[in-house]
Design a protein around this ligand. Structure first.
Ligand code: FES
Ligand SMILES: [Fe+2]
Length: 380
């Protein structure tokens, strides 16, 4: 034991980052971009994948490295429903089987490569990752998003950003109420989490920050209500309502990611807004683009923190922090074999934070910032 430990100094603990990648559906982005008749390389799950659409329109995801001599299929050509390797033209089907070797009499027995189960739904392409190789269980299906295919709603406005951190950092946000004030300049007034099975929900209400207002033009936003659920380890659907004087704006925000490797991931957002009297026609598309910009800004705020923070398995919490340990236990279910998922990982857990003290403290801080701004100083 070192002198500091005997002095009762809290020591940050962090085990090695898991070598396996989470079991579950992962969104690779809008399906549209994979439908140009070409193969696409995607770095994910510590390897390289090839995504391609066959003549039949179906999207396929295979390991990019050809099992013949290791050629990179993402540099190949789509021929019919198969991907042809650029090295010796072996043809691979979306099921992972070698269908044809043009210069050979027959295909070797068991000529099979890794194929990922795919889901092409609501304009997005998903792959099912499972280190044990089981098919996706129906109860973990990604729910449909009615607005995504409705004319009353805009098309997806999509962003993606490479983040150099382990993806547990983004999942931690689910329970982290206080960072929304300090990092994202929002003002949570209500905060609750519910975890159950493969879902983790965050319910948050917030008010606008007069000390962080970006512009005084147009209608003032009063606050927002957000009901955000992770379906599995990486795909969050947020029903997000912005409250303005006299009207609401309904949006669906997706916050999703897939791991590139243990130390980096692709963070994506998608947003659609509902057309309404307050937001007719083009105005809704404009709003979706504007909100997408805010979301991107929010990601950049998180990324600034993640860039230099330490990985920490034993966070030191105060009473007004959310249930980080329970969330981590929920998240653990995706990193163990199905047979090792314990009831504690999936049991229903509810926790509503008492926001009395944070709200008091934040009101005072907002007042101080406003006073400083009025006096022409920079906010504290
Ligand atoms: S390496 Fe792919 S066909 Fe030879
Ligand atoms: Fe955040």
């Amino acid at each position: 034991m070192t002198a500091t430990e005997s002095d009762g100094v809290r020591v940050i603990e962090a085990e090695a980052i898991p070598t396996r990648y989470a079991r579950g559906w992962h969104c690779l982005g809008l399906s549209e971009r994979f439908r140009d008749g070409r193969p696409h390389a995607v770095r994910a799950f510590g390897g390289r994948l090839v995504v391609f659409a066959g003549e039949d329109g179906g999207l396929n995801v295979l390991d990019a490295y050809c099992r013949h001599m290791g050629g990179d299929l993402s540099e190949g050509t789509v021929k019919g429903n198969e991907i042809a390797c650029p090295f010796h033209d072996w043809r691979w089907g979306g099921d992972g089987r070698c269908k044809k070797i043009p210069y050979s009499r027959r295909v070797p027995l068991r000529a099979r490569t890794a194929a990922w189960p795919t889901l092409d739904q609501d304009g997005m392409l998903f792959v099912w990752n499972d280190p044990e190789g089981n098919p996706p269980p129906p109860q973990q299906a990604i729910p449909r998003i009615p607005g995504a295919t409705s004319d009353r709603w805009t098309d997806w406005v999509w962003t993606e950003t490479v983040v150099h951190a382990n993806c547990r950092e983004v999942v931690d946000n689910v329970v982290d109420m206080a960072h929304f004030f300090y990092v994202h300049y929002s003002f949570p007034t209500y905060f609750k989490n519910v975890f159950e099975d493969h879902r983790a929900t965050q319910i948050m209400k917030g008010r606008a920050r007069p000390d962080a207002r970006r512009s005084s033009r147009g209608p003032q936003m009063l606050g927002n209500t957000s009901v955000a659920t992770y379906y599995g380890p990486s795909f969050m659907i947020d029903e997000l309502t912005y409250h303005y004087e006299g009207f609401d704006i309904n949006s669906v925000l997706l916050n999703c990611h897939y791991p590139i490797d243990r130390n980096s991931f692709v963070l994506q957002s998608g947003i659609i807004t509902e057309r309404s009297e307050a937001l007719p026609g083009e105005a809704a598309d404009e709003m979706a683009r504007k909100l997408s910009g805010f979301i991107q800004l929010g990601f950049e705020q998180d990324i600034r923190i993640w860039k230099t923070k330490a990985r920490i398995d034993n966070p030191l919490l105060c009473e007004e922090d959310g249930p980080v340990y329970q969330l981590r236990r929920w998240y653990e279910q995706f990193y163990v074999d199905v047979a090792d998922v314990t009831p504690e990982m999936t049991a229903r857990f509810e926790f509503e934070l008492d926001t009395t003290r944070p709200v008091e403290a934040w009101e005072q801080e907002v007042e101080r910032n406003l006073a400083a701004q009025a006096a022409g100083e920079r906010p504290a």
